[in-house]
Design a binder for this molecule. Structure first.
Ligand code: SAM
Ligand code: DTB
Ligand code: SF4
Length: 361
């Protein structure tokens, strides 16, 4: 099956709404054409800089403006990160994804420290992923040179619904960052969240935006909203597991080669529900008892689930070769000290306004 870049919202909705048995059969068939159905990638998330973020993403417990109960932290040291990466490797992870609660990357000592973390983990023969917010082309090149394997930057939702979720940067900025990453040798990881009050059309719209990227992202995380107290989305009802299964299956069909990650929200999913997601084409998970700030199933529980289902963790660099790390002193790419004009649209978000009123009261 070839990668198609002209999926329409109508076609995607039609797939999403198929009778479930047909949808599962079609997705599982596509899955087997491109992937080993018994192999699932295991990635460990590491929050290297937690909380205090200036953005207003309505789902996020790390936004400084919301009153959530998380413990903020400054940037971790390279040694701390190395120790965590070794622990993740020992427990079966082939990838480490480092997240920072930043709006965008800024050239300077903190970014230099992140580059050193990337070099260090790549030398442990693990796939290194970062999610640091918006990024310029030069910064993407510097991460690539350090040995970065993947960069995560989610579209989060459809372009239409985006304005109801985030006001401090535009959907267009996200596409620009993805394009900047694409110009480097770093693979693209981009997906979104379901359960934020969006319509089915928005789920389909997000999949249109992702699948029409050319090439399509190498990884697509599908997160179920973790509704955190203090965020504007704290009262959102959890999504039924069927929605996750349908979303995974549809993603698999429209992006046949991508690794579809069953991301946030697994603590609320039964083993049977997750098994259906794997059958529907999910072939990646986040492991470890914490995502960035919220709980995730215990590693032992996941290993028991793998045993029951006969799943094997995917080895590192199965899908693309390991990048070569260039040492800092040999680097040919100088920082540009840019001050890019990322937008600040500033439109009003009803839900965020309500949260602000509540926190003032
Ligand atoms: N600050 C960077 C950024 O926004 O790109 C990187 C970290 S951010 C936490 C990465 C992604 O995590 C978000 O784009 C969103 O898709 C996901 N995320 C954050 N909070 C979430 C929540 N409560 N439930 C589900 N997914 C969430
Ligand atoms: C992604 O799509 N999901 C991960 C990762 N990329 C960075 C983050 C999930 C965060 C869930 C809420 C939290 O733990 O703070
Ligand atoms: Fe900040 Fe990222 Fe959270 Fe948005 S999702 S508030 S940018 S940490």
């Amino acid at each position: 099956m070839v990668e198609r870049h002209n999926w329409t919202k109508e076609e995607i909705l039609e797939i999403y709404n198929k009778p479930l048995m047909e949808l599962l059969y079609e997705a599982a068939t596509v899955h087997r054409l491109h992937h080993d159905p018994n192999t699932v990638q295991v990635s460990t998330l590491l929050s290297i800089k937690t909380g205090g973020c200036p953005e207003d993403c309505g789902y996020c417990p790390q936004a400084a403006r919301y009153h959530t109960d998380i413990e903020g932290n400054d940037l971790m040291s390279v040694q701390q990160v190395k120790a965590q990466a070794l622990r993740a490797k020992a427990s079966g992870s082939s990838r480490v994804c480092m997240g920072a609660a930043w709006r965008n990357v800024k050239d300077g000592p903190e970014f230099d420290q992140v580059l050193e973390m990337v070099r260090t983990i790549n030398k442990l023969d693990m796939e290194v992923c970062c999610t640091l917010g918006m990024l310029t082309e030069n910064q993407a090149q510097r991460l690539a040179e350090a040995g970065l394997y993947a960069y995560n930057h989610n579209l989060d939702t459809s372009e239409d619904y985006y304005k109801d979720v985030i006001s401090t940067r535009a959907f267009e900025d996200r596409l620009q960052t993805i394009d900047n990453v694409r110009k480097s040798n770093v693979t693209v990881c981009s997906g979104g969240i379901i359960g934020m009050g969006e319509r089915l059309e928005d789920r389909a719209g997000m999949l249109v935006a992702l699948s029409t990227l050319n090439p399509q992202p190498e990884s697509v995380p599908i997160n179920a909203l973790v509704a955190v107290e203090g965020t504007p989305m704290e009262d959102m009802e959890p999504i039924p597991i069927w929605d996750m299964i349908r979303m995974v299956a549809t993603t698999r069909i429209v992006m046949p080669k991508t690794q579809v990650r069953l991301s946030a929200g697994r603590t609320d999913m039964s083993r049977e529900g997750q098994a259906m997601c794997f059958f529907a084409g999910a072939n990646s998970i986040f492991a470890g008892d914490k995502l960035l700030t919220t709980p995730n199933p215990d590693v032992n529980e996941d290993m028991e689930m793998f045993r029951l289902l006969g799943l094997q963790p995917q080895k590192a660099f199965k899908k693309a070769p390991q990048p070569v790390t260039v040492e800092e002193e040999d680097s040919s790419i100088a920082p540009m000290g840019e001050n890019p004009k990322w937008t600040r649209p500033g439109h009003k978000i009803e839900r965020n306004e309500a949260a602000r009123r509540r926190s003032k009261a």
